[in-house]
Design a protein around this ligand. Structure first.
Ligand SMILES: Nc1ncnc2c1ncn2[C@@H]1O[C@H](COP(=O)(O)OP(=O)(O)OP(=O)(O)O)[C@@H](O)[C@H]1O
Ligand code: NI
Length: 258
């Protein structure tokens, strides 16, 4: 059953050039994808291909100079107006690309208690425990924690009974392998609990390893969607750019040999 559906999404930015003339920058065009309940969908593509914009468009948090076209639905209802307000931060969660989204002037506990859900201290301690952080973390400031710990705090915001879709925007860059495996196991845990996980990443090897399906982005467009086994066993059935991305991975020879 499809939970999240994106049909022909387009995003255009309206700006002014140096002479003050209005210009339009088409950043996304013809992006379509869908994700089922309990599916881990990886969105892969080069830097600047529009992956984060997709996340921000779904969440309705694009800057005011952006115009959005197309149609996005969550559980069959269009992600606009009251429905979007209802689900954002509750059924629909975003793990932002950068840990700088955490406020340096507030403790972890204060930040996790804020947001649409208004959590109790006890519930926040449970969430920290879910991502294997000690209760002392509650009173720490972001600068007192390691990069991997901050990543897990962003993850902690995505656990809860009401969550249906988690969009994780590059949750794994710059963390050491152990912390990466920790984040991966948390994402898989969400999926196994029936949550739809959209994993945005440029790590094709990670995507091939853990995703049920991949969507490949290039130049603001979604090119193709396939399961990892398709790209491994029937590469010709996948878009040439997907094959190219996979061949460019140093690890792919190893996989071919398995
Ligand atoms: N506010 C904006 N105004 C104009 N152009 C923008 C704006 N935000 C993003 N873009 C452009 O949209 C394109 C896609 O950006 P986006 O952040 O979605 O890329 P990405 O695939 O997430 O890249 P990365 O892997 O580096 O995070 C880029 O070319 C970027 O310059
Ligand atoms: Ni991005």
């Amino acid at each position: 059953m499809t939970i999240l559906n994106v049909e022909k999404l387009g995003v255009t930015f309206h700006q002014y050039d140096r002479r003050g003339r209005p210009i339009e920058i088409p950043a996304l065009h013809d992006v379509s994808l869908s994700a089922a309940r309990g599916e881990l969908l990886a969105v892969v593509g080069a830097s600047g291909s529009g992956k984060s914009l997709l996340a921000h468009a779904i969440l309705g948090v694009l800057p005011p100079n952006a115009t959005v076209s197309g149609r996005m639905t969550l559980e069959g209802y269009e992600l606009t107006g009251a429905w979007l307000e209802t689900v954002r931060g509750r059924q629909l969660r975003l793990i932002p690309q950068s840990v700088t989204h955490l406020d340096p002037s507030m403790t972890v506990g204060q930040q996790l208690r804020l947001g649409p859900r208004r959590l109790t201290r006890t519930r926040v301690l449970e969430l920290l425990n879910d991502v294997e952080l000690s209760c002392q973390t509650y009173d720490r400031y972001p600068h007192e924690l390691s990069g991997g710990m901050l990543r897990r705090i962003l993850l902690a915001t995505c656990f809860g009974d009401d969550v249906r879709v988690v969009i994780a925007d590059e949750p794994t860059p710059g963390i050491h392998p152990e912390a990466l495996e920790e984040v991966v196991s948390q994402l898989l845990r969400l999926r196994d609990n029936g949550v739809t996980v959209v994993l945005i990443t440029h790590d094709m090897v990670l995507a091939m390893r853990i995703a049920d399906r991949l969507v490949v982005f290039r130049g603001g467009q979604s090119l193709d969607s396939f399961a990892p086994w398709q790209l491994l066993n029937r590469p010709a059935s996948c878009h040439p750019y997907a094959q190219q991305l996979w061949r460019a991975q140093p690890a792919h020879d190893f996989w071919d040999a398995v």
